[in-house]
Design a binder for this molecule. Structure first.
Ligand code: TNX
Length: 766
């Protein structure tokens, strides 16, 4: 019957609009646990489709109606009499699990609870095609999905740079689209206090604004532009945001970061610091030595009063109290803190007394939350002075170790390892094409490949409550950039939050991602386009002394490339099979889609006599920075600005010593190599070079010995290239020693006197 009505309906519609029919797909993110094809004909979504929802699910029905309109342009008519979409609870499903069943006469969205139904609605929304349609065909079939983790979080820092209520709501919508159920809202930091506290009005009268902001990554320059005045959330706004999230089955977890990261509060209430100030809202990034005084009872009162107001606004069971990066220099010299250490017997707890003091301070705060029926979350540093407790959840950020250590003590944790889940890190190797970011290298495939529970023994896995990614905003200046950093990595995050490791498949994910990107476009969410760019797969062919380079895109788009340094254009050579490269060149490639050519991605290859020759490492790079081994140093590919991408080998507290065999005698007169310097991270320059040559591989003689000066604070970060020459000589073997910085200069803020890391790449001997 319906099959007869539909053509009539479509005929009627086409009379007024020339719109097309769309086709839905089961290929969504996160990947469902199971998908199966149905036996009936397809379901047709048209303006006549009603949504039937039992009592209590009216809001969910409204969401679905709105999502359908946003994705497909189809406006469902009130009281439509077509085949319906039904929302229903099912006691066969777990709370947050959902199931979608499509036949020709209905679509059923079933959930273990209203949350499950909500995720089912999000899933259906992602199944729909994007565009402007008069009707959408949904092939019959079914799918089921249940999240791997109960806590699925995404964080937002509104302190370093401010994002307003409207943006936070858009962000919540985005999280909901990804099946994320917690927004971790970072509301206080050194550079700005962003939540109104009625008892302490100066927090947002003084603490909201900084005089200016440091330029770049803590250079000595400042921009001279005041920032942040009036940039905070009133309690009413915060309540609206909580309610907005709640409707979307999401909890907002506020964070008040204690006892460090408190410069903004100290600027407002200097009596709360050990020295009494004066302080100013910080204009730099990083870790400040000025922290709350832990020996002052007034401080504890202050913190508890703030948290009381926070708990009034935020009904979440879990409240984040920070605990990260709290230097102890002020406490060491503070009579009140020292008196507290004595009074509480913290001097001989097996840790540094000031660490124990932080543990004590956090315990007071945790106990306070606990007395109000709440549970604390703390960054993993809180483990340092903490005892085992059920009312403290560890957020593991400095790696995965925090979660492991928590589990060993029987404590719960949330995984937010910075080396996988920090979305303020770069997404591409060639980061000169990206806006300035914190550093690091967390491309989408790295996020995707991460198993947050990998390190935990099976018996302790259940202590891991979930996973979240963090969006710190030191270098994120505006909304478009925030979205660029968050997307599409959030899609990978949602898949590790929902899917068990055996369900994941990166190629399949990339395939599904294309539909998700279209949805971002339709909803006007900016995203990083790098996944659509050319991927180079380089295979070394040492026998031929050549590289075989295969080019691809996730959607199989047409590829154009050049090898002469020019930018690829529509008329440039068409790529159809892997290229063999055996000489120095800049390969550039672009994808051609619908007549538009994407930004070119370059691959620089530099060849010398030593390139791809058998090479042995006589000293070993650090295990985390060995990547694909020593051949990386002679593979013709130069390291990029980021030492973590696999193009650099990192020697920890050790020289880099290599033996290269040219397999034939050659005339040699120069050596070139590069070092990636990042002083903040303890990666320093080369301090010397020794080149020795040999014709037989046993007796070597020195042809070049150089020393390089130590770095000063004025020196730049980045790639240092060293180029040395000597009178030409015949030789077959080259022994090269690149000396590391064995003692980091005294001016260094974190590691004076320690041996440095040495990141080396592309050694070229000619
Ligand atoms: C470390 S993560 C911090 C933040 C910075 C972030 C930058 C954490 C607990 N502390 O204050 O914004 O690194 O990635």
């Amino acid at each position: 019957m319906r099959r007869l009505l539909l053509p009539l309906l479509i005929l009627l519609c086409t009379a007024c609009t020339p719109r097309e029919e769309g086709l839905a797909s089961y290929e969504i993110i996160p990947r469902p646990d199971s998908v199966s094809a149905g036996e009936t004909p397809s379901f047709w979504l048209t303006p006549a489709t009603p949504i039937l929802a039992p009592e209590g699910l009216e809001r969910e029905a409204e969401f679905l109606r709105e999502y359908i309109r946003l994705s497909t342009g189809i406006k469902l008519r009130e009281g439509g009499t077509g085949a319906p979409i039904r929302l229903d609870r099912s006691d066969k499903l777990e709370q947050e699990a959902y199931r979608i069943e499509v036949t020709d006469d209905s679509v059923a969205i079933l959930g273990g609870s209203s949350s499950g139904i909500f995720y089912g609605i999000q899933a259906l929304r992602k199944m729909l095609p994007t565009g402007d349609f008069r009707g959408v065909e949904i092939p019959s079939g079914s799918l089921t999905s249940s999240p791997r983790f109960g806590y699925r979080g995404m964080h937002l820092d509104v302190c370093r740079h401010f994002f307003d209520e409207e943006f936070v709501k858009r962000y919540i919508d985005l999280l909901a689209l990804h099946g994320i159920n917690h927004l971790h809202w970072h509301l206080s930091d050194d550079q700005g206090w962003r939540i109104e506290i009625e008892q302490y009005p100066r927090l947002t009268e003084v603490g909201d604004a900084r005089r200016e902001t440091v330029v770049g990554r803590n250079s000595d320059q400042y921009d001279g532009i005041p920032y942040g005045e009036g940039c905070y959330f009133t309690q009413e706004q915060a309540r609206r945001i909580v309610a907005y999230a709640h409707e979307r089955h999401m909890e907002v977890i506020p964070e008040i970061d204690l006892p460090g990261h408190m410069m903004a509060a100290l600027a407002a209430y200097p009596e709360l610091g050990c020295t009494g100030g004066p302080y100013e809202v910080w204009c730099r990034w990083g870790v400040s030595e000025e922290v709350l005084c832990a020996g002052n009872d007034q401080v504890l009162q202050f913190v508890c009063n703030i948290l009381d107001e926070i708990m009034e606004i935020f009904p979440s069971e879990w409240i984040h109290i920070g605990g990260d990066e709290c230097p102890k220099v002020r406490w060491e010299a503070c009579p009140k803190c020292q008196a507290r250490i004595q009074k509480e017997g913290l001097a001989d707890r097996g840790v540094k007394p000031e660490e124990a003091l932080q543990g004590w301070f956090m315990r007071q705060v945790i106990a306070h939350l606990n007395s109000r029926g709440r549970t604390a979350i703390g960054w993993d540093e809180v483990l340092e002075g903490a005892e085992k407790s059920d009312d403290l959840i560890i957020m593991s950020w400095r790696g995965e170790q925090g979660a492991l250590e928590a589990a060993r003590r029987g404590m719960r944790s949330i995984m937010a390892a910075q080396n996988y889940l920090y979305f303020d890190h770069y997404q591409t190797r060639d980061n000169s094409r990206e806006r300035l970011a914190l550093g690091g290298f967390n491309p989408i495939d790295r996020v995707y490949g991460f198993d947050p529970a990998a390190l935990l023994p099976d018996s302790l896995k259940s202590l891991l409550q979930g996973v979240q990614a963090n969006l710190w905003a030191e270098y994120i200046l505006d909304e478009e950039h925030a979205l660029h950093m968050a997307l599409p990595r959030m899609a990978a995050l949602s898949e590790i939050q929902w899917c068990r490791p055996e369900q994941k498949d990166y190629d399949d994910f990339l395939h599904r991602l294309q539909r998700q990107l279209r949805l971002y476009e339709q909803l006007d969410y900016n995203y990083a386009p790098y996944v659509l760019e050319i991927e180079f797969e380089v295979e070394r062919q040492p026998k031929e002394r050549a590289l075989r380079v295969a080019l691809s895109t996730i959607d199989g788009a047409e590829i154009r490339y050049t090898t002469d340094g020019s930018t690829p254009r529509k008329g440039s050579p068409h790529y159809d099979e892997p290229l063999t490269i055996d000489h120095t060149m800049r390969l550039q490639a672009s994808a051609l889609r619908e007549g538009r050519i994407s930004e070119a991605v370059p691959l620089d290859v530099e060849f010398a006599k030593s390139t791809l020759c058998p090479t042995r490492a006589l000293t070993s790079p650090a295990p985390n920075y060995t990547f694909e081994g020593v051949m990386t140093l002679v593979d013709g590919l130069r390291g990029d600005k980021n030492y973590r991408t696999g193009r650099w080998l990192g020697f920890s507290a050790e020289d880099c010593k290599l033996l290269i065999d040219l397999e034939a005698e050659e005339e040699l007169s120069e050596a070139k190599f590069s070092v990636c310097v990042n002083m903040d991270d303890g990666c320093f320059n080369a301090r010397g070079l020794v080149v020795e040559l040999s014709t037989d591989g046993t007796s070597f003689h020195e042809v070049c010995t150089k020393e390089y000066a130590a770095l000063t604070p004025e020196d730049d970060h980045g790639i240092y290239t060293y180029h040395e020459q000597w009178p030409a000589q015949q030789a077959r073997y080259i022994r090269l020693t690149i000396r590391h910085e064995s003692s980091i200069p005294a001016w260094h803020p974190y590691y004076p006197g320690s041996p440095a890391f040495l990141f080396v790449d592309e050694v070229l001997v000619r």
